[in-house]
Design a binder for this molecule. Structure first.
Ligand SMILES: NC(=O)c1ccc[n+]([C@@H]2O[C@H](COP(=O)([O-])OP(=O)(O)OC[C@H]3O[C@@H](n4cnc5c(N)ncnc54)[C@H](OP(=O)(O)O)[C@@H]3O)[C@@H](O)[C@H]2O)c1
Length: 266
């Protein structure tokens, strides 16, 4: 198991990389710092087109909240810091409306140094109240993806996309790309992440497992079942010890229309 040490000099280097800096500082990284660079380096590296990462924090029994919707403390402190680092490395963070309704999240960067990404909520039926914190806080761009006309607060952008059962995940990514977002973090919940995973759009999937058992509540990832284990998706995966949580960093092979082939050296 690899221990991760996101020291101040590692984090500065990653933020500089995200801003387009070339080269590596002339320093000898410790083993933990080298692991941090292996984990976050691919997310900070230059992006030709789009790069999409999903992260989910879950219990040992694969739950992301209790039945009553309590999801606050599933991840431990280092798991939460990891999530905030992912936000800081992203241009836009995407959540499904059930997460917005249950948690009223801010989606800002508070447990790491860095800028908060734009906030995107997928709300096809216009169920999210305009008083939601992610819509009210004007410190960054706010976008609602919906399939109906709903009045939104001044400054909130709306993307009206058609839905049959679901809004096409490819269309959402194309629309977000049009708005100028290149690094996109899909933050949950499980239903929303599964849409992007099933559509073959994820470059990486981060699953942070915290040592607690919940017994019931929303399931982590709700992908389509496979009839035999031979047909299961088995991504190339690295494991990192975040301290309070164990992180599974899965590399996937996305098929994004118009995107050049990308190879990550991790
Ligand atoms: N532990 C964690 O890391 C974590 C992270 C996030 C959330 N959570 C918890 O997870 C729970 C919510 O997760 P969830 O999986 O049940 O729901 P969710 O993913 O937050 O939201 C799902 C809903 O979003 C809309 N949606 C998402 N993708 C769509 C698409 N492609 N097309 C059309 N609509 C789309 C639909 O809204 P409609 O229903 O209106 O059609 C869908 O039912 C909450 O309890 C929250 O606290 C935990």
């Amino acid at each position: 198991m690899q221990n991760v040490d996101v020291s101040a000099r590692v984090w500065s280097h990653l933020l500089a990389l995200k801003e387009g800096a070339n080269g590596t500082p002339d320093v000898t990284w410790t083993e933990g710092e080298a692991q941090a660079l292996a984990l976050y380096g691919p997310l900070a590296a230059p992006v030709d087109d789009v790069m999409i990462v999903a992260q989910i924090g879950q219990s040992l029994d694969g739950r992301i909240a209790t039945e009553s919707g309590d999801a606050q403390d599933i991840s431990g402190p280092e798991g939460l810091a990891h999530l905030h680092r992912l936000r800081a490395l992203a241009d836009a963070v995407v959540v499904g409306v059930k997460t917005a309704l249950h948690d009223d999240p801010q989606l800002t960067v508070r447990l790491a140094y860095g800028e908060s990404p734009a906030r995107v909520v997928i709300d096809p039926k216009g169920r999210l109240c305009n008083s939601a914190r992610l819509l009210q806080d004007t410190s960054t761009r706010r976008i609602v993806v919906q399939s109906c006309e709903t009045d939104r607060p001044a400054g909130v952008e709306t993307l009206i996309l058609p839905r049959t059962d679901w809004i096409c995940a490819h269309e959402m990514i194309m629309a977000l790309r049009e708005l100028g977002f290149r690094r996109i973090l899909i933050e949950g919940g499980g239903v929303t992440i599964a849409q992007f995973l099933e559509a073959g759009l994820l470059h990486r999937l981060h699953v942070a497992v915290a040592p607690l058992l919940i017994g019931s509540g929303p399931q982590s990832l709700t992908t389509n079942p496979v009839p035999t284990l031979a047909e299961a998706l088995r991504p190339e995966t690295r494991f990192y010890n975040l301290g309070s949580d164990v992180l599974f960093d899965c590399a996937l092979n996305p098929h994004i229309a118009g995107e050049k082939e990308r190879v990550f050296n991790v």
